[in-house]
Design a protein. Structure first.
Lengths: 281, 250
């Protein structure tokens, strides 16, 4: 495997490095142009270009090694990606207990269910070279959907505290009192995915299709397969957004159906919830 | 009038039920025992013990930040006490499902917080939570009672402040509560609307023999409405008794 990898490096890397030097030269010309207009970005440009090149070379090396691994390694990679995605999304959930786990379950539910369904229906081949790139796309979109849904849901709740409590005070269940906020949050988290679907082929030709066409697959089949991928991204995002908001919903009410996420008390909600009186309901 | 000594932990019960507000009282509807709520290190309600009698209107007055609204929120169980107990007709709040409790102890807030849609959909909201469908006649009857006949199909977005607060009142009444809590329900209204809402509350409480607890920063309003008044300062109950005596002394 290492010998094969060495051969690949020998034949392709020199070409790639030459092309990278060309790209860097073009960027350097733009930096000079900026300098002529008193925009000083030399240092930023040098650091970001160096980092970008090193990171991508490393990713390439790791992928070259992993693509020869077995399916279990692929599943492990997707699992690690899900954890990383949960970390990123949970940053939007400051003040809510168990935010990391909440995001993990939401992303795992959406991405996991869809990847499993694709494998079961043979629309995704159980090969690491397919599983990891397609799976990562689905996880990345699930992560964005999770973060967007949570952020919007929190914002909706905080801006409608009066109405939510008015509903509670009339005897409504918590889920009824925040139903409009949940609808709005899930819808908002899906909007970018709907736009992605609508603009497919018109505004952009996604990477999977481009890669398949370049590697000799029929363009029509590549187009249909790309549609399947985007549709699955939409489905995974929908499940993730819904699960995330439902889990947040369960955490912003106390056992006695009191809204604990309020502007003035957002920071002390945990303490308030654990008051001396414990609900019997 | 009685000035409460919280250290003695005695229940603040200034007068016998028969004496309150010159009206015959039949028993305790609502009672708090050493009720406290802390938010962080601060006690927003601090060791408040009080009894509210059937059919009476009890006003809560005090400066801003005294804990009046916080106390009222505890009575609707929108917040959880840190310590102490609340009893509704001798039944511990914690043994009543929150949704049932909130139906029995209705609340009108400072702002109407009407839900998008028609007036009738707002009024039908509470009963709908229990699977009950309010008839058109019942909705009309509630609207007639608050002086808004033929408002049923109006969009709530086109109501004035006074009209919105009347709808909020009839929305709470649609649940047929035993106790009505009102948190400065007239603070955002003009003088004409204030008097109209006051007359409504007085009339409805008398008709239905309801118990009412109203938070107000307006002492004149407390005099017009309440047989008894309690004064709160820094989360504590500092005085309670017949409104005239309490307001004259404080």
């Amino acid at each position: 495997m290492i010998a094969e990898l060495g051969n690949n490096i020998g034949s392709d890397v020199l070409l790639g490095l030459a092309q990278a030097i060309g790209a860097i030269a073009l960027c350097a010309a733009v930096v000079l142009l900026c300098r002529l207009h008193a925009v000083r970005v030399e240092r930023e440009a040098a650091v970001s270009l160096a980092r970008g090149l090193v990171q991508m070379v490393l990713v390439g090396v790791i992928l070259a090694l992993l693509l020869h691994g077995n399916l279990l390694i692929g599943a492990l990679i997707l699992f690690m990606m899900t954890i990383a995605a949960a970390f990123t999304a949970s940053r939007r959930l400051k003040g809510v207990d168990g935010a990391l786990l909440l995001c993990f379950w939401s992303i795992a539910a959406g991405a996991g269910a869809i990847i499993a369904a694709m494998l079961a229906t043979a629309s995704l081949r159980p090969e690491i070279s397919m599983l990891v790139p397609v799976g990562s796309m689905i996880i990345a979109n699930a992560m964005n959907s999770c973060a967007q849904a949570i952020e919007r849901f929190r914002a909706e709740i905080l801006s409608h505290v009066g109405q939510i409590e008015a509903k509670l005070s009339l005897g409504a269940e918590p889920r009824v009192s925040v139903a409009p906020c949940l609808r709005s949050a899930v819808y908002a988290s899906l909007l970018p995915r709907f736009d992605m679907m609508k603009s497919l082929g018109l505004v952009w030709i996604p990477g999977v299709m481009a890669g398949m066409v370049v590697s000799g697959t029929s363009p029509v089949y590549a187009g249909i397969y790309q549609f399947i991928i985007v549709a699955m991204i939409l489905a995974a995002s929908g499940i993730t957004g819904l699960v995330a908001t439902l889990l947040v919903q369960s955490r912003v009410f106390s056992p006695a159906a009191q809204l604990t996420l309020r502007p003035a008390e957002a920071e002390v909600s945990s303490r308030a919830r654990s008051g001396a009186l414990t609900s019997k309901h | 009038m009685t000035t409460t000594d919280s250290k003695s932990n005695a229940v603040a019960r200034a007068l016998s039920p028969a004496q309150i507000g010159g009206r015959r009282q039949t028993g305790v509807t609502l009672e708090t025992r050493h009720l406290s709520r802390k938010v962080g290190p601060r006690a927003v309600v601090d060791d408040v013990s009080v009894q509210v009698f059937a059919g009476e209107i009890l006003a809560i007055v005090g400066p801003s930040g005294a804990g009046k609204s916080s106390f009222l929120r505890l009575l609707n169980r929108l917040d959880e006490p840190t310590s102490g107990a609340i009893l509704l007709k001798s039944e511990d709040y914690r043994s009543i499902a929150p949704q049932d409790l909130r139906r029995r102890v209705g609340m009108v807030m400072q702002t109407a917080h009407l839900f998008p849609g028609t007036v009738s959909s707002n009024i039908a909201f509470g009963p709908r939570q229990r699977g009950e469908v309010l008839t058109t006649e019942r909705i009309e009857s509630l609207l007639n009672r608050v002086g808004l006949p033929e408002f049923a199909e109006r969009d709530v977005g086109y109501l004035s402040g006074g009209e919105a607060q009347r709808v909020a009142l009839s929305r709470a009444l649609a649940n047929a509560p035993e106790v009505l809590l009102a948190d400065e329900p007239t603070s955002a209204l003009d003088e004409h609307s204030v008097r109209a809402i006051e007359e409504l509350i007085l009339g409805i409480v008398q008709e239905r023999q309801m118990t009412c607890v109203i938070v107000t920063h307006n002492r004149a309003q407390a005099l017009r409405l309440a047989g008894r008044t309690m004064v709160m300062e820094a989360g504590r109950l500092v005085a309670i008794g017949p409104t005239r005596e309490v307001l004259h002394d404080s």
